[in-house]
Design a protein around this ligand. Structure first.
Ligand SMILES: Nc1ncnc2c1ncn2[C@@H]1O[C@H](COP(=O)(O)OP(=O)(O)OP(=O)(O)O)[C@@H](O)[C@H]1O
Ligand SMILES: [Mg+2]
Length: 258
């Protein structure tokens, strides 16, 4: 129904934005979130208690399962189309109505690299994006380039999180160009950590209005939640909640026009 990947420079707020959007979308949709980031912070950002976060094993680390599904490790032959349709149920953890799938990083690897976990992770992500009927949000550090055309086609929008600053804007522009090259349908910018009207202007100067999905203010509550290891969502100010609602509505509007 709505498949969204979230990317951007390190530290801009990808995980925070994914978690906030997941909560706001979960108010009236079935939402699955995929943590495909090496730091695996999404569970915490969603609000999953620390003791439970510690028990989550990313799919990338389920060696036996990977071996069983993909075959040989350390050389030999891989099954290139491993069975993955039961994996969501096996690894999912539901929190406040949001289904969390902790996958781990899918690396692009070198040319010809087909490390067995990547084969499984890629096949699983493809399956989720192509077959899942609900909202799927993927927190993804690595790009989408290595995912394969059909999977990329299934992504309705790539959200690129930027903060006011040339480096993050530079990374976002590179992501945008790469995305166009690989045939991604839609790339939308989310300006995050906006502290002033000048900050907002910086984002607006660098991206056309129709590519900006929305702006999220810098908020001390969001940072404080991270320092405490809890979800930022319950503590956001009414103003930030409003920004998120606008963002959500615009996303739904844009995607229903496709
Ligand atoms: N709108 C905001 N206001 C204040 N702090 C924010 C905001 N968004 C994110 N942060 C803070 O910025 C830091 C980085 O956020 P986050 O972990 O979401 O970024 P990320 O892009 O996922 O990072 P990484 O590249 O390491 O995965 C965190 O401390 C987070 O609390
Ligand atoms: Mg992150």
């Amino acid at each position: 129904m709505m498949k969204i990947a979230v990317s951007g420079k390190g530290g801009v707020g990808k995980t925070t934005v994914t978690a906030l959007l997941a909560h706001i979308l979960a108010e009236n949709h079935q939402v699955s979130v995929v943590d495909a980031d090496p730091t695996l912070n999404l569970a915490m950002a969603l609000g999953v208690p620390g003791s439970q976060v510690a028990q989550l094993t990313p799919l990338a680390e389920m060696k036996e399962l990977i071996q069983e599904r993909v075959g040989a490790s350390g050389g030999g032959f891989f099954k290139l189309n491993p069975k993955v349709d039961d994996l969501a149920d096996r690894i999912s953890f539901t929190y406040k109505g949001i289904r969390l799938l902790t996958v781990g990083t899918i690396t692009s690897g070198g040319a010809g690299c087909a490390c067995s976990e990547n084969v499984l992770l890629r096949a699983f992500l493809s399956h989720l994006l192509l077959e899942e009927q609900e909202v799927v949000l993927v927190d993804m550090e690595a790009g989408l380039e290595h995912l394969g055309r059909r999977t990329i086609q299934a992504v309705d929008a790539l959200l690129v999180v930027v903060e006011p600053g040339q480096r993050s804007i530079g990374v976002a522009k590179r992501i945008k160009h790469l995305s166009a090259d690989i045939g991604l349908k839609r790339v939308l910018v989310v300006g995050n950590k906006i502290k002033s009207a000048d900050d907002a202007q910086i984002i607006k100067r660098h991206f056309p209005a129709e590519e900006i999905l929305g702006l999220i203010s810098y908020s001390p509550e969001i940072l404080a939640a991270d320092l405490e290891g809890v979800s930022p969502y319950p503590g956001i100010s009414p103003a930030v909640k409003q920004e998120l609602l606008q963002l959500k509505n615009k996303l739904i509007r844009l995607l229903s026009q496709k």
